[in-house]
Write a protein of this length. Structure first.
Length: 203
């Protein structure tokens, strides 16, 4: 176990990766959310999120690639989110860091195009996991989200690995999520954002 919000935690995982001479997969899955208005959230929490989602993922990718490039094989999966495509006002830092993951993964894959190294930004929607079990989501109720919007982690992982074999760089798992992604890219984004005024939700 390592806390990737700390320098010691990142360094510990970097060391383990650097010592592995047969690392074929790196999955940057660490992450958390802090719902609310940016100015109301303690700054340290937002900075911790940047460290986990951006700094840790970047450093671990670099460390893993030292061996992967030498062996000319490997797969890196950076877990992003559907939130990367919608700058949701109540999750400003979360959306921004996930957008970074997407852009970073796309650029990295282009750099490695001539190799046997695959890179993917995995963008799931709602997944049954421990993500919403933190104190920040004490008011969140899974029952308020339609069941058809949720995916099992095993299904997300299986679809992600299949997409990796097809060299799909930015991958949205689940038919429902892909439909939502298509909508987010146009009308829905404007509709949701218009429901906010000066960062405050309005009915």
């Amino acid at each position: 176990m390592a806390d990737l919000a700390t320098e010691q935690g990142i360094a510990r995982v970097e060391q383990r990766i650097g010592q592995a001479d047969n690392l074929d997969y790196l999955i940057n899955n660490a992450g958390f959310g802090t719902p609310g208005l940016f100015a109301d959230i303690p700054l340290e929490k937002s900075l911790s999120m940047v460290r986990v989602h951006v700094e840790a993922a970047t450093r671990l990718c670099w460390t893993a690639l030292q061996g992967m490039v030498a062996r000319n094989r490997g797969t890196i999966i950076n877990v992003s989110s559907l939130a990367a495509f919608l700058p949701y006002p109540s999750a400003a830092t979360y959306c921004a860091t996930k957008t970074y993951i997407n852009t970073f993964s796309i650029a990295l894959r282009k750099q490695l195009r001539a190799t046997n190294i695959r890179v993917q930004a995995l963008c799931p929607g709602y997944v049954y996991s421990g993500f919403h079990d933190t104190p920040e989501y004490v008011r969140f109720s899974r029952s308020k989200i339609p069941k058809w919007l949720w995916m099992q982690p095993e299904d997300v992982a299986a679809q992600s690995l299949r997409a990796c074999r097809r060299n799909s760089v930015v991958f949205v798992p689940g038919l429902v999520n892909r439909l939502m992604f298509a909508i987010m890219r146009n009308a829905l984004a404007g509709l949701i954002l218009r429901r906010y005024k000066n960062g405050r939700h309005t009915p």
